[in-house]
Write a protein that binds this ligand. Sequence first.
Ligand code: BDR
Ligand code: CA
Length: 313
Amino acid sequence: MTRTFVIDTDPGIDDALALLLAARASAARLGAVCVTYGNTTLDRAARNARLVLARGPSAAPVFAGWDRPLARPLITAKETHGVEGLGDHDDLPAPEAVAPSRRGLLDALAVAGEDVTLVTLGPLTNLANALAEDAAQVRRRVTRHVMMGGNVAEAGNTGPFSEFNVWCDPEAADAVLRAGLGTEMVGLDVTRRLVLPAAAVAKLATHADPAARWLGRLLGFYVRFHEEVEGLRGAVINDPLAVALALQPAWGTLERLPLAVDLGAGEDRGRTAPGGRGDPTIGVYRSVDLPPIHALLIEHLFGGWLSAGDFLP
Ligand code: BDR
Ligand code: CA
């Protein structure tokens, strides 16, 4: 059965891979995309989503969501994703101004139809806004919510404890995790296992095929970032894992945990910690079966250029 996906995203290097995967996977139909700030600004995110989907190819419409966190200042991540958000692709057409909308995700859900798998790959502001504007419509259309964000046992990537997407807008994440959507959290506990080695990225970057070189240019920036910040010879490609587990949940082990988002301003900001009396139970992926996930990525993203052995460190 083909499922309908709606993706809320802040492209972003790994978001770009996730969008391509969702556009190409035969088990899903990409019904619509909504963009958010996060890795980059809202207008750049909208431009980047359209550029990436054109490579899909996909005719999924792109809606603009909100352009900043609910209660915190806007901070983007150009040191992680490049000035334009797509790594070393810094020669992109200037972004057009887009009008931020609190209803952007509701509009995306409306065109996608019923029985939607919603995959969120950025800060949760758009989903929190959608719930605040029309929770009944969100509940009617979204039968599954898979979120890249958070962490339970793994260290943070934005401060010692927190994951970037939740850290950006903790109030939004808190509202979403309390909404009872049955959210499945694909956090750093599992995404840190999905690493594309630097040698594989170099192979893409030097390939004769321009489509491979486009990916190499996208990911080369990410490899340099990981090497400079943590000495890792490769790139953690978080967001495609959320799409992979949305396609096939059996590739992961899901644990139900009560979880609370830290709403402070200190180094615990955005931490998703187990416990917190009265907090709802969230599904947290604690482990993943990598070989079929590597095979999926090779089939839809790296086909012909990389093989399973290229994922070995
Ligand atoms: C998440 O933050 C962003 O940098 C990535 O796109 C991913 O969604 C990882 O913490
Ligand atoms: Ca992202």
